[in-house]
Design a binder for this molecule. Structure first.
Ligand code: PMP
Length: 439
């Protein structure tokens, strides 16, 4: 007899359990690299929860910090009064801010999630342009296949058609440029071709007029679209074009932040410095919902110099800088520092790459992509129906004790950064076995 409760009242259309048909399986507990489901089966976590549990599950230090904070100060209205712990967290984040000290991206705005971080960054960008006398700049350029959460802001600039389909009117005024790199053609590392796609940004800017555009937002490495890697030199070009036209550049690092690529941020990995960086997920190791936007001092100063400007950016959440989330975040940063987790992926990246690329010979595998501790195994769809085969692999893997993520025809992998080499081998051999079983 299963311990699975009914799912009738839980409303979230995309939860995979709805499609687990006969046998939904639910996760009950977690420790380190493993989940345990409600029936006591162990499941290796190949996705760090949802790209967020970078330090592994069940970290006592985070649990203790959360409990202590809950008992000391459970909530404080940041709108009216500060509390030291949020200031402390912001200061600590400032010390590891994207791009290092020289980038001056160390002004931190706290939010409650990745979607809120995106909304916040978009609003900051438009408000900043206005504050410096560029009030006509109110539009944002996103990118085809970009994913920036599911808030109104995020879907406005996002490029995943499914996320916008029933909201065609939201808002008409933003544009998307293309990044149509679907396949990496089995190359290892960043694609050498496709740099010219950056020029599409310049075309759009000229078409609509730079004086109408506040910012461009991109994921430095796109995650939810199926792990699409930027061509060599692409981000540099995007930076140069945005700078040339007085357009702010926003990196959405909700996935790539906090060590995923083997550097603290993708900003560090690529050596390209944007004006704003959105984060969430690994910020608190997924333990407590929280996000943060890093802003450059230039943006901060431009926006905040003078009381009217501050008032124009009337923005902030009930849970901005929540004390319990801040406590979780500080404990998370301590773990990252003590265990060198923000750079650990760099030491494993080659092993990871070789292991993933060993799957190339399988007839269903059409591409393998990797960067840091991110992986993508793209499968051919069965009978041309997108996602069919990948979804079967997902179900098969879960039954055998491995959690992976499927987006379209792509198996996306992002294990906790504490992963050991043997566990890398296990993940790849379990996927290989599943591929053999799935027709
Ligand atoms: N931006 C990116 C790049 C993301 O990958 C996600 C979530 N996967 C978000 C924003 C939204 O984050 P959240 O789900 O916490 O709102």
């Amino acid at each position: 007899q299963s311990n699975t409760p009914t799912l009738e009242n839980f409303w979230m259309p995309f939860t995979a359990n709805r499609q687990f048909k006969a046998a939904p399986r639910l996760l009950a507990s977690a420790s380190g690299m493993y989940y345990t489901d409600v029936d006591g089966n162990t499941v290796l976590d190949g996705t760090a929860g949802l790209w967020c549990v970078n330090a592994g599950h069940g970290r006592k230090r985070i649990a203790d910090a959360v409990e202590r904070q809950l008992r000391t100060l459970d909530f404080a209205p940041t709108f009216q009064m500060g509390h030291p712990i949020a200031f402390d967290f912001a200061e600590k984040l400032g010390r590891i801010a994207p791009g290092g000290a020289a980038a001056e991206l160390d002004r931190v705005f706290f939010t409650g999630s990745g979607s809120e971080s995106v909304d916040t960054a978009l609003k900051i960008a438009i408000a900043y342009q206005r504050a410096i006398g560029q009030g006509t700049r109110s539009r944002i350029i996103g990118r085809e296949k970009g994913y920036h959460g599911v808030g109104f802001g995020g879907i406005s600039v996002g490029g995943l058609v499914n996320n916008r389909r029933v909201f065609p009117q939201i808002p008409a005024d933003h544009m998307r440029h293309t990044l149509d790199i679907e396949r990496n053609a089995f190359s290892k590392g960043l694609p050498a071709h496709g740099l010219e796609l950056a020029e599409d940004l310049e075309r759009l800017v000229q078409l609509h007029g730079p004086e109408t555009i506040a910012a461009v937002i991109v994921e430095p490495m796109s995650g939810s679209a199926g792990v699409i890697l930027p061509p060599k030199g692409y981000l540099e070009r995007i930076r140069a074009i945005s700078q040339k036209y007085g357009i702010l550049l926003i990196f959405d690092e909700v996935i790539t932040g906090f060590g995923r690529l083997g550097t603290p941020f993708a900003t560090d990995y690529f050596g390209v410095v944007p004006d704003l960086v959105t984060t969430a997920k690994g910020l608190t190791n997924g333990a407590i919902p929280m996000g943060a936007v890093f802003a450059s001092r230039k943006v901060y100063d431009g926006l905040m110099n003078g009381p009217e400007n501050a008032i124009e950016l009337f923005h902030g959440y009930t849970y901005s800088g929540h004390p319990v989330a801040s406590a979780a975040g500080i404990a998370t940063l301590e773990i990252y520092a003590e265990e060198n987790l923000l750079t650990r992926a760099a030491g494993l990246a080659e092993t990871w790459q070789e292991a993933l690329h060993s799957l190339k010979g399988h007839p269903h595998v059409v591409d393998v992509r990797n960067l840091g501790l991110v992986g993508a195994i793209e499968l051919s769809p069965r009978d041309g129906a997108p996602g069919t085969r990948a979804y079967d692999v997902f179900v098969d893997c879960f039954k055998k004790g491995l959690l992976i993520r499927v987006t379209g025809d792509v198996i996306a992998l992002s294990p906790p950064l504490i992963i050991e080499k043997e566990q890398i081998e296990t993940i790849v051999s379990m996927i290989g076995d599943a591929l053999k079983r799935v027709a």
